[in-house]
Ligand binder design. Structure first.
Ligand SMILES: [Zn+2]
Length: 413
């Protein structure tokens, strides 16, 4: 029996254990805000201890502890890092859920609860892959570092970023993460984003005496229709990224709706919030809006902001502030870790798995900023952050197997 066969056998034999572990960790609230993960870390710590696995808890913020586990292979070699976040979106109105959001209900081949998809399913896959690989350390070289972090939903300062800055072994040769990408695709890239607050200032007056006022809402309307031209900015995407996204176009457009690939490859602009005026018969003196701009590979935050400054020269009384900015980032799609994950996921699923870009940000950006290649692969998310969030048991097992097999092969290479 090969190492891979042995791994798959272990996972099959322990199916029920994997499912109930996922259900158990959903039952422990780690909603962010407030992002308190202490009870969840205690639970996982007890599990790792019972399995005889080596780990340390780092808590730069008392209520946001992080777990770092270490598994050593037979000899010196490369270091592979598993990264998963422990915090989840808030549960919201529990009465609207079919099952309580903290029930961890397993029914009809699905696992329900807040964080089931983002990302307690993925967390379970990483912890279980780590557990089963611990039975086969004689078959690989190097080491596996398991990082389970807090504070992902709110930026990562006390989680992944802190670990990368303070715990040397967290910087590996490659990183695998099981965020909910859908088992049909591996995410090798993430779009960047800029959130802007825009303020328009005018002169207030009585609504009947329009000659005395200067309407801030009208100024804002003109500016907001102009800012949408930011999507026409030139993009020079790397050739390998364009090639891979084009290869997946048909599948992605089928999965996410016609036009999804164009959205991934282009700049998008969404006006998400607007607020202005006091009364129908008053000329508003102030209007405030928030704009969400997403950046594909091949354009930088600086280029976009320069374009916005250019647009701004055409408008009077408008100012803006950057609420948040994040550069697009990617790992070359033909990097070994992406190709190995693709190969093993296809082996497990017995069907094609494409490489694709994610829309939302994950902790992968912090690894990529430090030059560490990352690939993401996890369950399909149903109702992420909404009511009745769930994943399928099948996806949980597919994710666990794919991560375990990829790790073994990477550390045998
Ligand atoms: Zn997530």
């Amino acid at each position: 029996m090969t190492g891979k066969e042995k791994l798959l056998e272990l996972i099959e034999e322990n199916k029920e254990k994997i499912i109930s572990f996922c259900s158990d960790i959903i039952k422990i609230s780690s909603e962010n805000p407030p992002g308190d993960t202490t009870r969840l870390v205690q639970f996982i710590g007890r599990y790792l201890h019972a399995e005889g696995l080596d780990y340390t808890v780092y808590a730069p913020q008392e209520k946001m502890p992080n777990i770092v586990g270490l598994l050593k292979g037979a000899a010196e070699g490369r270091r592979l890092v598993f990264n998963a976040h422990l915090d989840t979106y808030p549960c919201g109105d529990a009465s609207r859920w079919k099952y309580d959001p903290l029930s961890g209900m397993v029914a009809d081949g699905k696992i329900y609860g807040r964080g089931a998809s983002d990302m307690k399913g993925g967390c379970t896959a990483s912890i279980m892959a780590f557990t089963f690989l611990s039975k086969l350390t004689h078959l690989f070289n190097g080491e596996i570092v398991l990082t389970l972090v807090s504070d992902e939903e709110t930026g990562g300062k006390w989680g992944t970023v802190w670990l990368l800055d303070n715990v040397p072994m967290v910087s590996g040769d490659a990183m695998l993460n099981a965020e909910p990408t859908s088992t049909a695709q591996i995410s090798f890239a993430e779009k960047g984003r800029i959130f802007l607050e825009v303020i328009a200032k005018g002169i207030g007056a009585h609504g009947a005496y329009v000659h005395l006022g200067d309407n801030a809402i009208k100024k804002m309307m003109r500016f907001l229709s102009d800012i949408e031209h930011v999507v026409d900015l030139d993009i020079s995407a790397p050739g390998d990224v364009t090639r891979v996204l084009e290869e997946g176009r048909q599948i992605v457009d089928k999965m996410k709706g016609a036009g999804a690939t164009d959205v991934l490859m282009g700049i998008t602009c969404n006006i998400g919030k607007i607020d202005g005026g006091l009364m129908v018969n008053m000329i508003p003196e102030k209007c405030r809006a928030e704009v969400d701009i997403r950046l594909p590979q091949g354009v930088t935050c600086r280029q976009v902001l320069e374009e916005i400054d250019q647009i701004l020269t055409r408008h009077q009384g408008i100012s803006y502030r950057v609420i948040q900015a994040m550069e697009p980032n990617y790992t070359p799609p033909d990097h070994e870790i992406c190709l190995l994950l693709q190969k093993n996921a296809e082996f497990v699923r017995k069907t094609r798995v494409i490489l694709n870009s994610g829309i939302g940000g994950s902790d992968a950006k912090h690894f990529r900023q430090r030059g560490i290649p990352c690939a993401l692969y996890g369950p399909t998310s149903y109702n992420m952050a909404g009511t009745d969030e769930h994943i399928t048991v099948e996806d949980l097992l597919t994710t666990t197997k794919s991560h375990a097999l990829t790790s073994l092969e990477y550390l045998q290479g």
